[in-house]
Design a protein around this ligand. Structure first.
Ligand SMILES: N[C@@H](CCC(=O)N[C@@H](CS)C(=O)NCC(=O)O)C(=O)O
Length: 229
């Protein structure tokens, strides 16, 4: 048995999450693909629990997710950023459903796509930004739709060159892990995906995977009953 397999069996994972948070969904999908089952801790971001005394000490950015890994030697690692957590999982358990391609050129493309979602799109349309726009009397819904569409268009143009079954070639990668929750968010805001044919084709393919279905925001233990599927 390889060391990586042993690590995956022996480490204990705790994921602070929220059903509708796309950044948490990235981790739920990646952990499902790697067949790692964490203990879930639910943070109600609609009720500002992320700013509460307890959680703000766990994650000083007052956001989800937070991934905590406890190893059998008694050491604990806390990761407070989703992309850092995804990178850690790739590096610590390379044998478990690799989500980075072998080619360093393809890896660069995957990382560009991850950044389009995680740096250029989600941060400008996150809950606290939209709440501030509302407070200032703006139209947060139109703003969110516009920013999400701009980000997804950049993703669409980029993958037109490199998509196969998935965003980059025929292997599922971290780009897809970030794309899927972005599409769930886009759907919540009523963004029309018909303008994004390559994304739609890739998304339709990925969304059928059982690991992705299980991570869907409508199927989490903290999903309100009226929104569950
Ligand atoms: N860069 C952070 C962003 C985390 C983030 O923005 N999380 C959102 C949910 S997707 C959140 O907690 N929002 C609560 C808020 O905006 O107050 C990461 O990738 O982990």
């Amino acid at each position: 048995m390889s060391l990586t397999t042993l690590q995956s069996v022996d480490d204990k994972f705790e994921l602070y999450t929220n059903y509708r948070a796309s950044c948490s969904s990235r981790l739920r999908i990646a952990l499902n693909l790697k067949n790692i089952t964490p203990s879930y801790r639910y943070i109600d971001i609609l009720d500002d629990e992320q700013y509460g005394a307890i959680y703000s000490r766990i994650n000083p950015s007052c956001s989800v997710p937070t991934l905590i890994i406890a190893s059998p030697d008694g050491t604990t690692l806390k990761i407070t950023q989703s992309i850092s957590a995804l990178a850690y999982l790739e590096e610590a358990y390379p044998g478990l459903y690799p989500l980075l391609p072998k080619s360093i050129r393809a890896r660069a493309t995957v990382r560009s796509l991850v950044a389009i979602i995680a740096c250029d799109t989600q941060p400008v349309a996150k809950l606290r930004v939209l709440k501030n726009i509302d407070t200032m009397g703006g139209d947060s819904l139109s703003y969110a739709r516009k920013m999400i569409m701009e980000g997804l268009k950049a993703y669409e143009i980029t993958i037109t060159e490199c998509a196969g079954k998935y965003s980059v070639g025929n292997d599922l990668s971290l780009a897809d892990v970030c794309l899927v929750p972005a599409i769930w968010g886009a759907e919540m805001f009523g963004v029309d995906l018909e303008e994004l044919p390559t994304i739609k084709r890739v998304y339709d393919h990925i969304s059928g995977l059982p690991e992705v279905q299980k991570a869907h925001w409508k199927r989490q233990d903290d999903t309100p009953m009226e929104l569950r599927e």
